[in-house]
Design a protein. Structure first.
Length: 117
C-alpha cells in the first residue's frame, strides 16, 4: 500500500458507502459497537483503521472478508467472528443471496476510517 492508494482519514464513514441498515449499539470513548446490514450486492469498501481493530460478529447471512498484508480471504457465518487488526486493509462483502447482518466492535482507541482507492 502506497500513499497514493490512501485517501484522507475520516471520523464518520457512513456517507461513503450504502447499506440496508446501520445502527449504533454502544458508543464509549475509544470503543464502538455498530450493526450493519448489507444486501447481496452491497459491500464495505477497502479501508483500514489507523489505531483500532475491527472485530466482526455475524448475526445472519454469510460474510466474505478480504484482507491485505498478508493477503487473506475469510468466510464467516452466523455466530462466527474475525478480527482485522489496526492498519490491515480489509473489504467486507455479502457472500450470500439474502441480507447479511453483523456487528462490528471497534476499539480500543480513536476511530478513523482510511479509504483506499
Amino acid at each position: 500500500m502506497t500513499n497514493a492508494d490512501r485517501l484522507k482519514p475520516v471520523k464518520d464513514a457512513s456517507g461513503l458507502y450504502e447499506v440496508e441498515r446501520r445502527a449504533r449499539h454502544a458508543v464509549r470513548p475509544g470503543f464502538h459497537i455498530s450493526e450493519l446490514q448489507l444486501s447481496p450486492s452491497q459491500k464495505v469498501p477497502w479501508h483500514y483503521h489507523t489505531s483500532i481493530s475491527d472485530t466482526f460478529y455475524v448475526l445472519e447471512g454469510q460474510m466474505r472478508l478480504f484482507l491485505q498484508n498478508p493477503k487473506e480471504e475469510v468466510r464467516l457465518g452466523p455466530g462466527e467472528t474475525y478480527v482485522a487488526a489496526a492498519k490491515r486493509p480489509h473489504l467486507v462483502t455479502n457472500a450470500g443471496t439474502t441480507s447479511l447482518t453483523f456487528l462490528v466492535l471497534q476499539g480500543m482507541g480513536e476511530y478513523d476510517y482510511v479509504p483506499l482507492i
